[in-house]
Design a binder for this molecule. Structure first.
Ligand code: XMP
Length: 510
């Protein structure tokens, strides 16, 4: 396995994903991780990430210097390269010309650059740096250069230490995957054995020996993460797992039905179904303020989950669908951020419930979770479903929420999603959904005047939900969706399309 030390680059997670794509297991530690922890992990090689700082700054992030004495292969990328340079006695200084974007690098023959398809020893790479190497450390030699950076790649003369100024992990670097493979497989000697099937096998063994004969509880939402986690744990311990699924009445069209069918009928999972629609709608009655809605829903969910857990007797373990991006202690240089929205999901359980956590997905990225899910036999319908907020449709019915409005929204949204799927756009869109607006407008149907609701359609593309662009859905498809909704959903006579990006808008409207 490979260890990645994070110096705060926005690409650190991408490095990890690229290494895993080579079927080599890796983890990310913050750069200042204690040396003992690094040793205990016993990696076969270490990658030093990029980062926004300058190595000559007073408070530049550093790693324990003993890392360089482990005699392990090391690859420094960007800031990581500059750190190696400084450690071994070279000189780093601000470049006269910063270099951002594509660049052509000339390469020397080296096993680090094996298997690349090159024309004239030139490779197109992605650069993003303001500092550059001015003087190479004595024990190193140059193996790559660009017009702007005479030392764009170097290696130690006697040790397997490599350093590059460009980013092999980003898609813009041509054949970056081959370069990373050369490092992790050929130079570090890692075996390419990390697969979904292997993962499932080891994880099942781990869960079995952890749990023994004890009972395990799981809050199932029907979302990708909790679904895969539940099926995996069920595979390990069968009926010792009890899932609780709370229908809050705020789910999508026929979603509760689908969850029951999948988990009860197909997977034969012991599932407690709690129909709490009335309680949620009662609690939400007349609440218009989005934050108040979120808190009400979050608190009520916790209360109901606790009631059910109490009825079921004692549990020692709780399953959570935590993913790797949530557990990486990233080296963040962002200041404290303001609360834009109080996020809540089924993970948001009370702190005083004393459970030991089972988090079978805590080492995986989302795409890996999907692979594991496929291997376990979950349907693509569930695995590739768009993200859905914990407070559900309550934050998509703007203003006060009631069953009638929810039903209207569910049906309209179902038509929208159906057409998006028919057009083959569902997978390339990060999230598509409808919002019922608290306004009415005048229309004409036949010879009759209508005075009915307005529905907004939203669709965005995004990689992580942090930023998003509105999706350029073809007009014909938007036209068809609008036609169908106005004809088929009684109560809606006008459909609009949301063309705002995030920021400054958010993905959800509330
Ligand atoms: P915003 O609206 O903040 O949404 O741009 C970003 C992403 O988060 C989802 N979202 C939530 N997810 N609980 C969740 O689990 C929540 O309370 C919540 N609110 C928003 C949203 O759907 C989008 O994918």
């Amino acid at each position: 396995k490979i260890l990645i030390l994070d110096f705060g680059s926005q690409y650190t997670q991408l490095i990890a994903r690229r290494v895993r794509e080579q079927r080599v297991y890796c983890e990310i530690f913050p750069c200042n991780a204690p040396f003992e922890k690094i040793q205990a992990f016993s990696p076969k090689g270490i990658i030093l990430s990029g980062g926004p700082s300058s190595v000559y700054d007073k408070d530049a992030p550093l790693c324990d210097k003993r890392v360089f004495e482990l005699n392990l292969p090391i690859l420094g990328i960007c800031y990581g390269m500059q750190l190696i340079c400084q450690f071994f006695g070279g000189v780093v200084s601000p470049a006269q010309q910063r270099e951002y974007g594509r660049s052509e690098i000339m390469l020397k023959n080296d096993i680090f650059f094996d298997n690349l398809k090159l024309s004239g020893n030139k490779l197109t790479v992605w650069m993003s740096h303001g500092d550059r190497l001015e003087k190479i450390p004595e024990q190193f030699e140059i193996i790559g250069w660009t017009d702007n950076a005479p030392i764009a790649a170097m290696k130690h003369k006697d040790k397997p230490i490599y350093a590059i100024q460009f980013h092999p992990e980003v898609a813009h670097t041509d054949q970056g995957d081959t370069i990373l493979k050369n490092f992790v497989v050929d130079i570090c000697g890692c075996k390419q054995i990390w697969t979904a099937g292997n993962f499932i096998h080891t994880e099942i063994e781990r869960i079995r020996s952890l749990v023994g004969e004890k009972k395990v509880l799981c809050a199932l939402s029907g979302g990708v993460d909790s679904s895969v986690a539940a099926v995996l744990v069920h595979e390990a311990i069968g009926d010792q797992l009890i899932c609780v699924f709370v229908n809050n009445g705020l789910l999508r069209y026929r979603e509760a039905e689908q969850v029951l069918k999948t988990f009860r009928d197909n997977f034969k999972i012991n599932l407690i179904y709690v129909d709490a629609e009335d309680r949620f709608l009662e609690a939400l009655r007349d609440i218009e303020e989005p934050e108040k809605k979120r808190k009400t829903i979050g608190n009520l969910f916790i209360r109901i989950f606790e009631e059910e857990a109490k009825k079921l007797g004692d549990f020692e373990f709780l399953v959570q669908g935590t993913l790797y991006p949530d557990v990486i202690e990233s080296v963040s240089f962002k200041g404290p951020s303001a609360t834009i929205k109080t996020h809540h999901n089924v993970g948001g359980l009370p702190e005083d419930m004393k459970f030991k956590l089972i988090e079978p997905l805590r080492e995986l990225f989302k795409d890996e979770v999907r692979k594991v899910g496929l291997e376990l036999g979950l349907s693509e319908d569930i695995l590739f479903r768009h993200p859905f907020p914990g407070p559900g449709l309550a934050i998509r019915v703007l203003g006060s929420v009631d069953k009638e409005k929810l039903d209207l929204l569910r049906l309209a949204d179902h038509i929208y999603i159906e057409e998006i799927k028919k057009a083959g756009l569902y997978r390339e869109i990060w999230q598509a959904f409808s919002v019922l607006l608290p306004v009415r407008s005048v229309g004409v149907m036949g010879d009759e005047r209508t005075y009915e609701n307005v529905l907004a359609l939203r669709a965005v593309t995004s990689v992580d939900g942090m930023t998003a662009d509105w999706a350029k859905i073809p007009y014909e498809i938007l036209g068809k969706v609008s036609n169908r909704i106005i004809n088929e959903v009684k109560g809606i006579n006008r459909v609009v399309y949301d063309i705002s990006s995030k920021p400054p808008a958010t993905i959800e409207w509330e």
